[in-house]
Design a protein. Sequence first.
Length: 321
Amino acid sequence: MSDSPLLEIKNLQVGFDTASGLLMAVRGVDLEILPGEIAALVGESGCGKSLTALSTLHLNEPPARVIAGEILFKGENVLAMEPERLLTFRGAEASLIFQEPMTALNPVFSIGDQIIEVLMTHGNFTKEAAREKTIHLLAMVGIPEPQSRIDRYPFELSGGMRQRAMIAMALAMGPSLLIADEPTTALDVTIQLQILELIKDLSKTKKMSVLLITHDIGIVSLIADKTAIMYAGEIMEFGDTTNVLKKKKHPYTQGLLNSLPSQFISGKKRKRLEPIPGSVPELKDIPDGCVFRNRCPHYQQKCENEIELKYIGDHYYRCIL
Ligand SMILES: Nc1ncnc2c1ncn2[C@@H]1O[C@H](COP(=O)(O)OP(=O)(O)O)[C@@H](O)[C@H]1O
Ligand SMILES: [Mg+2]
């Protein structure tokens, strides 16, 4: 029996109103995540990953705006939720963590008070019960001596511990969906691995779905069940992580893998890194047809036509090759 998806992103299109008209940054993204599944969204900086993440919780702010598409959470359209419903959705059912914990944590309150506040706002907790639960949460995310750390202020914690505290806060109400936007980018390698392990563990034990956003294709094999490769607002390749990595079909996926310092890929050390020439286009310069064509080593005339995402037995990719 297969689960029905927890989250469905359908034909998501996000754009910006600018003086020179509407510029599209997310150009028809589709993605499904099953309960307990970890899906990674991977691409270079500026590809529209964060806008996709924010749209999922209906958090985009002007000038960004969802132009078309649906976000379905257990079948309910997030983009059509009433303000009150949105607050419970974001407070208790879906959480967001990102690269810089200091933007989520308030510097003037202890981490304990901030988590207690979440529990008392969204749950039926007394102050004492909330404090107890908070100590539990801090222990669960691997913060040592939670009984004393609970009263620490964010600045008193290391980067890794702050990240853990933010995760504890995000998990306080037991969300079934966690959106993690580059949650480990600012951390050193050992701590990155620990945090990714933690997220993976929590996902499996709590059957929590995760949308993990990263520019580092090197980490997806460690954590993600499914991987979507995103470029200039479009999905270039998508499927089970093993299939996407092993049978990579899209030149962009190959490019990302070739340019990888490979600190996380065990075994073969690459002799020479080959960065993808050029850079992600600005929104006003995204080409017609294949959006990757002006950086692609396999460019042909045909690439100037619209290219569909096609299924090849075990995964999808968008390329004429
Ligand atoms: N507030 C904004 N105004 C104009 N353009 C923006 C704004 N926020 C993001 N963009 C543009 O949208 C594109 C996608 O951004 P983003 O989703 O943040 O990418 P990523 O998270 O993949 O790095 C980029 O080209 C970025 O410059
Ligand atoms: Mg981003």
